[in-house]
Ligand binder design. Structure first.
Ligand code: ADP
Ligand code: MG
Length: 246
């Protein structure tokens, strides 16, 4: 699949007569199998772009296309993982992961079977009957990732999924996400304001600037996975990105 964002402008109404210009002439293509990080300071419009691709909002002008078809509503081909896992507290882990599958029309049995497979992918095979309040933050995000994966989307949209986690948990989840990416070949759009995170994970980094939100530069990350943060190429890349953001 391919996502193409073409000349997108986005403004929000602000007060009575004023508007907030949030996205300015955004042009961006995400190709099949890409792991693109959208990186930029808080408030530059990253989530707004993700919401447009997800079909949760629409551009003021310009277009968002998936496989050439204009996006105008959410779809199972584009699933979002948010910073907050957003699990249903009254459902156990398996039921949370199976929920969307049932809505999609799978039988209870088939949904449970697929949910179990999804939980194995995020190393939570033994936690089917646990409830969200019994899980750590990292485990909840794993469930959220499993819940997204079992829908078999063409693109996984991740909006700062690890931002609320401590450094150590985040590193573990980076490793797991890269394994999932290698295993499934999923196209991923990963939003972060953490330079290191973008450099460690993605094959492309789209750097955004603010006021109004715009694309400043793009970097191709030419380093094999898994990556060592001390690798001099990556250290230099981080420095170049930091400089662009100054
Ligand atoms: P980021 O994800 O990069 O932190 P956002 O895309 O969330 O940035 O927001 C970009 C700008 O748009 C911010 O100034 C934010 O306050 C504003 N904004 C986002 N959503 C809305 C909305 N629904 N209504 C009004 N302003 C919004
Ligand atoms: Mg955001």
């Amino acid at each position: 699949m391919q996502v193409k964002i073409s000349h997108v402008e986005k403004t929000f109404a602000k007060g009575k007569n004023d508007t907030l210009h949030v996205l300015n002439d955004i042009d961006m293509t995400i190709n099949e199998g890409d792991f693109v990080s959208l990186l930029g300071p808080s408030g530059c419009g990253k989530s707004t772009i993700l919401n447009l691709i997800a079909g949760l909002d629409s551009p003021t002008s310009g277009g968002v296309f998936v496989n050439g078809k204009q996006v105008n509503k959410p779809g199972n081909d584009r699933v979002v993982v948010f910073q907050e896992a957003g699990l249903f507290p009254w459902m156990n882990v398996l039921e949370n992961v199976a929920y969307g599958l049932k809505l999609k029309g799978f039988s209870n049995q088939k949904s449970a079977e697929k949910a179990r497979e999804g939980l194995k992918m995020v190393h939570l095979g033994n936690f089917s009957t646990a409830y969200p309040h019994e899980l750590s933050g990292g485990m909840k995000q794993r469930v959220a990732i499993a819940r997204a994966l079992v829908m078999d989307p063409d693109i996984l949209l991740m909006d700062e999924p690890f931002a609320a986690l401590d450094e150590q948990t985040r590193m573990v989840l980076h490793k797991e996400l890269l394994e999932i990416w290698a295993e499934t070949g999923k196209t991923i759009l990963f939003i972060t304001h953490n330079i290191r995170e973008a450099v460690m994970l993605s094959n492309r980094i789209v750097l955004m600037g603010t006021r109004p939100g715009r694309i400043k530069k793009e970097f191709i990350v030419q380093a094999a996975l898994p990556r060592d943060p001390a690798d001099s190429y990556l250290v230099d890349l981080e420095r170049r990105i930091m400089k662009e953001l100054e």
